[in-house]
Design a protein around this ligand. Structure first.
Ligand SMILES: [Zn+2]
Length: 248
């Protein structure tokens, strides 16, 4: 199981892409986790979009979802034939349909590939190929379903946006690598995490590897220094870098 960082920025940063990850590996489906408006360009530049077996959207804020229209459009231009499932909460299907209809009216009816939707909810685990998915709602301004993937005894989880909740803490328990948003060191922003919150979460949920991203622009340099200075026995903290691949 591997995770490639496609982008690791907040909504309005530049040069590092919106927060987005590519889950892949031998015998595993390739799943893009989140697709903000800065992401298609990054996928196209390396041809990564052609590897996609599915897209998981944690939530519908633009920096996590508005790239879906150009992504699906280019698949049509390239005459993709394989189905493209979009996985997310029950509102994601109607959101993607509306976004497509706004962006390119009539395109949805003429896609060269089946556009499919898989609804997930905290109440049920979903299998997708060799991957098993479970999700939980974080503390965010809109419904955000953080997700955990498992396969062959390996696991990783992605927060999408949001501060930890009791439900996400249970979701992350003992996970191999946790990819979590981290917005600020100390100052609390509604619906986002502070470093102190994440440290407490990692302790309680017994998470040994944490990769943080989605830093507020104005706190980014401070966050990089604070994370680099962390020394916790038995736990590794790193800041995500665009293009890096993490083996799990
Ligand atoms: Zn958001």
């Amino acid at each position: 199981m591997k995770v490639t960082v496609v982008g690791c920025g907040e909504a309005f940063d530049s040069g590092i892409g919106n927060n987005s990850y590519l889950l892949h590996g031998a015998g595993l489906p390739t799943v893009l986790v989140d697709c903000g408006y800065q992401i298609p360009e990054r996928l196209w530049a390396k041809g990564l979009h052609r590897r996609l077996d599915a897209v998981y959207l944690t939530h519908t804020h633009a920096d996590h979802s508005f790239g879906i229209v150009p992504l699906l459009g280019r698949f049509l231009i390239e005459r993709r034939k394989r189905p493209l499932p979009v996985i997310g909460h029950s509102g994601v299907a109607s959101f993607v349909r509306r976004a497509l209809d706004l962006g390119y009216p009539g395109m949805r009816e003429h896609l060269s590939y089946p556009l499919e939707f898989i609804a997930v909810s905290p109440a049920k685990r979903v299998d997708f190929g060799t991957l098993s998915l479970a999700c939980a709602r974080s503390d965010h301004g809109v419904v955000n379903l953080s997700v955990r993937f498992e396969a062959k005894g390996r696991s990783c989880a992605f927060s999408g946006d949001g501060a930890p909740s009791a439900a996400t803490e249970a979701l992350y328990r003992g996970v191999g690598v946790l990819f979590h948003e981290l917005y600020s060191v100390r100052r609390k922003y509604s619906g986002h995490s502070t470093l102190a919150e994440l440290r407490a979460l990692a302790d309680r949920a017994e998470v040994r590897r944490v990769v943080v991203s989605h830093h507020a622009r104005e706190h980014k340099a401070r966050l990089h220094r604070a994370v680099a200075a962390l020394r916790e026995p038995g736990r590794e903290w790193t800041t995500a870098r665009p293009g890096q691949t993490i083996r799990i």
